[in-house]
Each structure stands twice: as C-alpha cells, then as structure tokens.
Design a protein around this ligand. Sequence first.
Ligand SMILES: Nc1ncnc2c1ncn2[C@@H]1O[C@H](COP(=O)(O)OP(=O)(O)OC[C@H]2O[C@@H]([n+]3cccc(C(=O)O)c3)[C@H](O)[C@@H]2O)[C@@H](O)[C@H]1O
Ligand SMILES: Nc1ncnc2c1ncn2[C@@H]1O[C@H](COP(=O)(O)OP(=O)(O)OP(=O)(O)O)[C@@H](O)[C@H]1O
Ligand SMILES: NC(=O)CC[C@H](N)C(=O)O
Length: 619
Amino acid sequence: MILAGAAINQTPLDWENNLSNIKTAIEQARAAKADILCLPEMSICGYGCEDMFLSDWLSVTCFKKLLEIKEWCHDIVVCVGLPVRLNSITYNTACVIRNGEILGFTAKQFLANDGVHYEPRWFSSWVPDTVQQFEMMGQTYAIGDIVYEYQGVRFAFEICEDAWRNNDRPGYRHMAKGVQLIINPSASHFAMSKTDVRYKLVMEASREFGCTYLYVNQLGNEAGKMIYDGEIIIAQNGNLVHRNELLSFKSVDCECAEVNILNPLPLVEVPVLPPVDENREFIAAVTLAMFDYLRKSRSRGFVLSLSGGADSSLCAVIVAEMVTRAVEEIGLEEFVRKTNCLTPEELAQFSLLSGKELRNALVSKLLITAYQGTINSSDNTYQSAAELAKSIGAVFYNWTIDEEVAGYRGKIEHVIARPLTWESDDVTLQNIQARVRAPGIWMLANLTNSLLLATSNRSEASVGYATMDGDTAGSISPIAGVDKAFIRQWLVWAQMELGYEGLQYVNNLQPSAELRPLEQTQTDEEDLMPYPLLNQIERLAFYDRLSPQQVFEQLKGTCPDAQLLQSVKRFYALWSRNQWKRERYAPAFHLDDYNVDPRSWLRFPILSGGFREEVEKLG
Ligand SMILES: Nc1ncnc2c1ncn2[C@@H]1O[C@H](COP(=O)(O)OP(=O)(O)OC[C@H]2O[C@@H]([n+]3cccc(C(=O)O)c3)[C@H](O)[C@@H]2O)[C@@H](O)[C@H]1O
Ligand SMILES: Nc1ncnc2c1ncn2[C@@H]1O[C@H](COP(=O)(O)OP(=O)(O)OP(=O)(O)O)[C@@H](O)[C@H]1O
Ligand SMILES: NC(=O)CC[C@H](N)C(=O)O
C-alpha cells in the first residue's frame, strides 16, 4: 500500500487558498498512486480560526467545502480535518472519504490546553469507544471513535494531542481492536528541538502498538504567531520508513512511501536521531514565518530602524536569509508570484542574476532601513548599521533626530518652567529619543505599504526594557520569542556559518541603548543585570513556575549572594510593573519552548501585588 501525507500551508478562513492546496495535494498523491492520503488537522478552515469555531456558520461552510473536496477523491482514501458542530457543541474531526464517499468523522478525544493551545474554549472531547449518527444536509453520517477498513487494512486515528497523552492515548484502544494503521493529522506548533519529541512519540507508538503510523503536520505560519514545520513521518514497528525536510516554503509538501501493512517490517528499537542544531532550526522557522506573514498580510516589504545593535541587525539578517532560502527552494518566479515584489520587467532583469547578487537585488526591493542617530549615538553603531545594510543590499537611510528631540524638550521645559536634566529626568530624556524615532520610520512603512519590524527580544519584554510607542513601535516583532543571550550567540554563528560578514561589527559591540550621553557609557547589563542571569531567573519563574524563594535557592552559588538577591528582586519588580507593555507588543512568533506573550503562552495579571511579600522575605 502507498501511504501519502501532505503538509499544506493553510490560512484561517482563506477558502480559496485552502481548497487549492487540498486539491493539489490530492492530485499529487493520486499521481504517485497513493492509496491513502492524510492532510493536517483542521485543514479545510485552518487550525487557527479561534472563536470562529464557536459560530454555527463556520462548520456549515466547512461541510459545504467538504462536499466539494469529496468529488476530487476518486481511487483514493483522503483524510481531511474540519470542525463539526452538533447542538452547539464543536468537535475537532478528521473525515475519511473513500472514492467520493464519506465514510465517517473521527472526533478528537484529548484537547490541547497547554502553552499556546486553548482548545477546550472551542471544542468538546469525544468519549472514547463511542460512535453516534448525525444528520447534515439531508444525509446521515457516523461520528466518533471509528475503525475504518480499506484493502483489508484496519485503520483509525489519533488526532494531534491524542498522541501526547501517554497511557490514555487512543492508540492503546486501537491496538486492542486490531488496528494496523494509525493516522495522525496534526497542527503541532514549532518550537526549537520539538521535532525530537514528536519523532519519539510517533516512532515509539509504532513500536509499542506494533503498527504502521502515518503522522502529518500543518505547514508554515498559519495565522500570525505559531509556525508549523510540516513534519511527515511514516513509521512501522519502530522502523523509520519516511521523514521529510521540515519548514518548507512550498504551499504543498506531499510525501509518499510504500509500506506492506499486512506483512510488516520486524519490530526494532527506535533509531536515534542526530542532535538538533537549534541555530539552523531557528533561522529556518523564523524566515518561513516572515515569508508567510509578508504574503498573507499582502504587504510589500519590511521597514526597520537599524541601530547596528544586535536586535535590529538580527531582524535585517532574517529578511536577507528569508530571500536566500525561499528563492533557493521555490525559485525566483514562484517567490515573485507569492510576494508580488517585482514588475514583469524587473523579473526579467533579476532572472539574469544569481547567488548573492540576486539576493541583494531582492533585498533592495524588500527591506528599507534607517539609522536615526542622536548626539548619544556612537560612530561604532553607525558603521555597524551602514556596513550590514550594504552587505545585504538593503536600502539604507541616515538622518538625525536631535532637532525633534530638542523641539519636544524645549516645549516641555517651557510649560513646566524648568530645564530637564540627566540627574533628575533620566528616563524621560531617554524615552523621548526612542519615541521620536517612531514617526519617521512609520512614515516609510506607510509610504511603501510595508511591515514595520519591532526589534524587541524576550529578555527586554520580561523586564519592560523598552520605550512604549518608541522602540516597541511596529507591526510584527520577529524576535520577541527568543532571549538576548541566544541572539548574541546566533549572530556570531551566522557570521561564521552563513557568511554574513556584515555582522563582524555588531559582534564586537556591547549591547547599549545609547540613550544617555556617551560619557555615561550606558550598557543594558549595567541598567538591568547580566542577560544570562536574567534569562535563568525568567525561565525558573515562568517556565518551571517556581516561587521567588525557590528561584533564589536554585541560583545560589552561581553569582555573589548580594548580586543574586538584588537581581531577583529587580526582576520580579520589573516583570510585574511591565505586564501592560507585554500586552501591547506587536505580534511575535512562537519559537522557543515558551514565550512571555500574554495572548499566546503566558498569562499574567496586568495589576498585581508584584510579588512584594515573597520578595521581601528573601532578605
Ligand atoms: N500597570 C500599568 N499600566 C499602564 N501603564 C503603566 C503601568 N505602570 C506604569 N505605567 C506607565 O508606563 C509609563 C512608562 O513606560 P515607558 O514610557 O515605556 O518608559 P519606562 O518603562 O519608564 O522606561 C523605559 C526603560 O526602557 C529602557 N529602554 C528604552 C528604550 C530603548 C532601550 C534599549 O534597550 O534600546 C531601553 C530605558 O532605559 C528605561 O529603563 C509611565 O507613563 C507609566 O504611567
Ligand atoms: N541610532 C539608531 N538608529 C536607528 N534605530 C535605532 C537607533 N537606536 C535605537 N534604535 C531602534 O531602537 C531599537 C532598540 O534599541 P536596542 O538597543 O534595544 O536594540 P539594538 O540596538 O538593536 O540592540 P542592542 O541592545 O544589542 O544594542 C533598535 O533595535 C532600533 O530599532
Ligand atoms: N493541535 C494539537 O493538538 C497540538 C498539541 C500538541 N501537544 C502539540 O504541541 O503538538
């Protein structure tokens, strides 16, 4: 039997895109003579429809689309995901179509409710081992925990989270019912190194249940924040039969493999995968996320206030790498078709270019940068920004903002009838510089219908080390899901491994906001605490969910006690005071195993006791 999985790049409620991808996948699978094709979870409407899942019309529309899809399914079994809403209760289902006939709907039994997932808000769990009939548009269908049969093979489903529930997972009950093939349509979000966990989950299941397992994940930046890696795994009795390249720029990645289910491979220990290189994974994921965000938001390109520091330099390199990777995989013509970034005449000219020349020419169409210096800016950061922009082909503008800062300062000094000084008005004088950088760069974004990139990282977001409506201004925050220490080591790696020579300047700089007079040599780490320590406290507090006392105990001995005490106190005070800022960050991608975005991974009250009692007890 030939099994096929198609990772497809869906968009919530984009019926035209979604059905076109489904049709392409079916055509490709049929061309490869596949017997069974699995598409990802909720692939008709998209997994990220959020509260739309609670409306009656959505599931009705999906059903109508399903009836269209059914007609494309001749000589093949196709498994496609959609919501089914019965008596105001929505189920997350996989529908099985065989030769144009709907055989039934398997409903998800375990709902994802951790981290970025909020499924119980929309769906109800299906009771294991039960099947019901329901009526839709004049026909009766079966829904529930169904075992299907095709070409003498008994198959059933685990739908994404179902497989993550250890001893409760449906696979055990399927095994008892003589199921030989388990199919798993998923929408399993990307996080660095997560593929390893998923691989084990699928491979161990095929071994434990003595079955063939077909796993198919969603692909791309579906709805803005979460990225899906499009993983497809076909396994049998612990043997890896097929696994694809992850994080593809294609709209449809259809993979097939031949398996003998009735006469399977011998049971083996699951082969160990080589360790994941997170630096490579990060750039593959973030570039795909940016590419999808660009085309799905129908924007023309990106605009970036480029300081020459680590954060904005990383954002610039991400755009350059996005171009390199996408063009390499899907080709120039498809890249241009999807981004609409060139006229036909330009495309003809660009077709004559290759390598870095082509990359830089495309970046010049997609990325506008600006250095906005003040008297507090250094030559080093200017050089870093200018050289990096030149090396990747980005448009680079340079202007100063001293005049605007002086204008605001003068007006306020006039009305309060006193001069502002660094001794008494430090933060006010810092923030006005960061804020005055926002209007000009927004103008460029508006002029060119481009997305303004906000450069915040997770470490800054944790402690609110940013000026609201200043350096937080932007439409997306590509790197707010990763911490500063990761960013700094990544930039060194990218200079060496990806050949971004333009990063040599930033890799020799200490992170600095450059908002105070130069003689005061401001550095982030002096204002806050060392970034590695900040990251450790943050992770213990909000990933491991320890109390301030436990965090303090865990970190004892890693630095002098007095420094640790001061840092823990400062962290909790700044964390609590700045929840409102985290509520206002531009949409950010989920990249790591956690993030501090209140609308995805981590909810925290805006107003709180600020851990005052807990922190006071520390000494
Ligand atoms: N719970 C709450 N809900 C809503 N608003 C709340 C609030 N608590 C305070 N606020 C308000 O917050 C405002 C202060 O916030 P905001 O004006 O953003 O400024 P603020 O957080 O006071 O200061 C910005 C900090 O970020 C640093 N920074 C700025 C810019 C760039 C960089 C860099 O690394 O490049 C670093 C800067 O050195 C300073 O330490 C106040 O007006 C206050 O009323
Ligand atoms: N001189 C500048 N010109 C243009 N943009 C600036 C300038 N200074 C600051 N910015 C903007 O404000 C953002 C916040 O500054 P911040 O110092 O946190 O980041 P960075 O300069 O990129 O990195 P680092 O913190 O490592 O120096 C920058 O990323 C950039 O977008
Ligand atoms: N869609 C889902 O059920 C996803 C949940 C699953 N735990 C994952 O992260 O992959």
